[in-house]
Write a protein that binds this ligand. Structure first.
Ligand code: ZN
Length: 139
């Protein structure tokens, strides 16, 4: 895979330096069969340093995950070697089954069937809280 250019795929750009690993985990990119490149600490005029993730296949990206981990990131869909689509990233109001509540007394720890749902309670400080027990999520 040529890291510089992909023909058909997804490029997650302008990732805050250091956050690409968390995105890789939560987007479950390790489970993909196609080539995935994670490039860290790329020099960026706008950001100083940034991370980039390139996926060599047009997969469905969970934009909520990106909005949660790094709402400043951009997602570009590449088709035929050209930029075909730019996805807009927003912090999701609710985050379902992306992260788990860490509170051992939370009902989600005992009830395996329950969805893990977090709600954005403070947009300015990017705070998400478990809807069951109000425990704060840590990115
Ligand atoms: Zn909880």
């Amino acid at each position: 895979m040529n890291v510089d250019s992909i023909t058909n795929g997804v490029v997650i750009d302008h990732i805050t330096a250091g956050k690409s690993m968390r995105l890789y985990e939560l987007l479950k990119l390790g489970e993909l069969d196609c080539p995935v490149a994670m490039i860290k600490n790329v020099t960026s005029r706008r950001m100083g340093k940034k991370d980039i993730i390139k996926i060599d296949a047009e997969i469905d990206i969970d934009l909520d995950v990106i909005g949660y981990v790094d709402p400043e990131a951009t997602v570009n869909i590449i088709r035929g070697g050209k930029l075909a689509e730019k996805k807009s990233i927003e912090m999701p109001e609710y985050l379902t089954n992306v992260i788990k509540c860490k509170n051992p007394r939370c009902i989600t720890s005992n009830e395996q069937e329950l969805k893990h749902v977090f709600r954005l309670t403070d947009r300015e400080n990017k705070v998400y809280r478990c809807i069951y027990c109000e425990t704060k999520a840590s990115v």
